[in-house]
Design a protein around this ligand. Structure first.
Ligand SMILES: [Zn+2]
Length: 491
């Protein structure tokens, strides 16, 4: 009895000590979870931009440069091109411009020091079609200005970046700024339909010319208000990686279907439905690494105490955080390869068993996995040789590499953001949609994705959706951001 008591006492002391050690480690990790925001960066002043500057943006929105998969509205793209030449004469006089496949354009602003690697700032001039014009408060190509907003398709995606850069370069030229390194712009005209004639061709041109860039900046993440629970200031996220994507076609082709009055145990529809259900039941494993780990490391120290403790102690809390992120569709996309069954086809008549069934599953692939590894896992999970799996090569792309957060490019972006959006927290992040930037991976080690606009969560749906608009303040801030970025990168 006494030995039992002693044993319990010993066990209790041990547990107590273990708890104390655990608490000390938690506390140490939390208090050494230091801010990664740059110290002593002074905000820069606003620039006075006149109505003419706003009108130049409006006039570009009024040109309906819509992207279609099977044709190109040459008139609209020609119109936008002449509009730019009319609006930015100084830029066209001082920058060398080269059209690629007629409607995409590369601009080169020659630097003073040829030993420095150039930088490349990209955007796209095409916009997605309008699904339901009736649902728009203002006509999508009206460029109406109302309550401090400019309305129209392309205001956020992506004419803000293209016009923002043209305006910024013009302002710098008016100040007789001469860049130290070459500054390139590349504006594609078919990003929304895959970028084959634009970004792919332009990246190929740079490769053939042997041009490597210090860094590339494309559209991407934004400054988001109320981005994370427990983080007060808006969050400016610089996309350091982009998910890949793949469509897999699953199909069953039985020798015979049969009559529905004598159905066999395995029907084409039944087997394919089981395969799709198996994929939904076994989601891809969640991971916190790369860009999403970077996000937690940069945003974590700025969050409320409870969140800070959680994010400072990923060694113990990772499972918990992963599970809670994986539960919500928006955040799940950041920690796992997602599985979305998008098409299911089978059957022609209500009393005939079909011999064929097919389904399309759309995957968005987390960096670290590949189209091939996704296919392999799908095969394993379905575990039925009757289900044929084919990768749609026209709609598949591996995830991008993860760009550095200690590079010249990231530091310049971080400094510029702190100067121009002083009330925000800056962090790396993962882009879950596809941008043109993936085409440039072979001409730069570091590719970043950021659109300088400060918006709320609800506004994200306006991109590719109804009522796309941007505040005039946001437009002016974007010009200021690009002007400062070019100064910081090429001074
Ligand atoms: Zn875009």
């Amino acid at each position: 009895m006494r030995t039992m008591k002693k044993l319990f006492k010993l066990l209790f002391t041990f547990l107590f000590l273990a708890l104390v050690v655990l608490l000390i480690v938690f506390a140490f990790k939390t208090f050494s979870f230091n801010s990664k925001q740059l110290a002593s960066i002074e905000p820069i002043e606003k620039i006075n931009l006149d109505a003419a500057c706003t009108n130049r943006f409006v006039s570009s929105i009024q040109v309906p440069t819509l992207s279609y998969a099977d044709r190109i509205d040459t008139l609209a793209f020609e119109q936008l091109d002449s509009l730019f030449q009319k609006n930015y004469p100084m830029l066209y006089a001082r920058m060398y411009m080269r059209p690629i496949n007629e409607f995409s354009h590369i601009y080169r602003w020659k630097g003073r020091d040829p030993s420095l690697l150039p930088i490349l700032l990209i955007g796209h001039t095409d916009v997605v079609p309008i699904e339901n014009e009736e649902a728009w408060e203002e006509k999508p190509f009206s460029g109406v200005q109302k309550d401090g907003y400019i309305w129209g398709r392309g205001t956020l995606d992506d004419k803000i970046n293209v016009v923002g850069l043209l305006e910024a370069a013009t302002l710098l030229m008016q100040e007789e700024f001469a860049p130290r390194r070459d500054v390139y712009f590349a504006f594609g005209h078919d990003e929304e339909v895959g970028g084959k004639n634009g970004a792919v061709a332009m990246a190929q041109f740079f490769k053939e010319q042997g041009i490597q860039f210090e860094f590339v900046l494309d559209e991407g993440l934004v400054v988001l208000k109320e981005a994370l629970d427990g983080l007060e200031p808006p969050l400016a996220m610089i996309g350091i990686a982009e998910k890949g994507f793949a469509n897999l076609q699953l199909s069953i082709d039985l020798e015979a279907g049969g009559h529905s009055s004598m159905p066999p145990a395995n029907t084409a529809i039944g087997m394919l439905a089981s395969a799709v259900a198996a994929l939904s039941d076994e989601p891809f494993p969640s991971r916190i690494d790369g860009a999403t780990q970077g996000l937690l490391e940069y945003a974590g120290p700025e969050m409320d105490f409870f969140k800070k403790v959680l994010f400072a102690n990923l060694w113990a809390t990772e499972g918990l955080i992963k599970n809670s992120l994986a539960k919500d569709a928006t955040s799940a996309a950041l920690v796992q390869t997602t599985t979305a069954p998008t098409i299911f086809n089978s059957g022609i008549k209500d009393n005939v068993l079909p011999s064929q069934a097919s389904a399309t599953i759309n995957f968005r692939i987390l960096p670290g996995e590949t189209v091939a590894s996704v296919r392999d896992r799908v095969e394993k999970v379905i575990d039925n040789p009757a289900v044929k799996i084919a990768v749609d090569e026209n709609f598949s792309s591996n995830p991008s590499p993860v760009s550095s957060t200690s590079s010249f490019g990231f530091r310049v972006l971080q400094k510029t953001l702190q100067e121009t959006y002083p009330e925000t927290i800056i962090a790396p992040g993962l882009v879950i949609a596809a941008t043109d930037s993936r085409q440039y991976a072979h001409v730069a080690n570091d590719v970043y994705r950021f659109t300088p606009v400060c918006i709320a969560r609800d506004d994200i749906g306006r991109i590719h959706g109804n009522n796309e608009r941007i505040s005039v303040d946001n437009y002016h801030d974007a010009i200021r951001f690009y002007k400062r970025l070019i100064e910081n990168a090429a001074k």
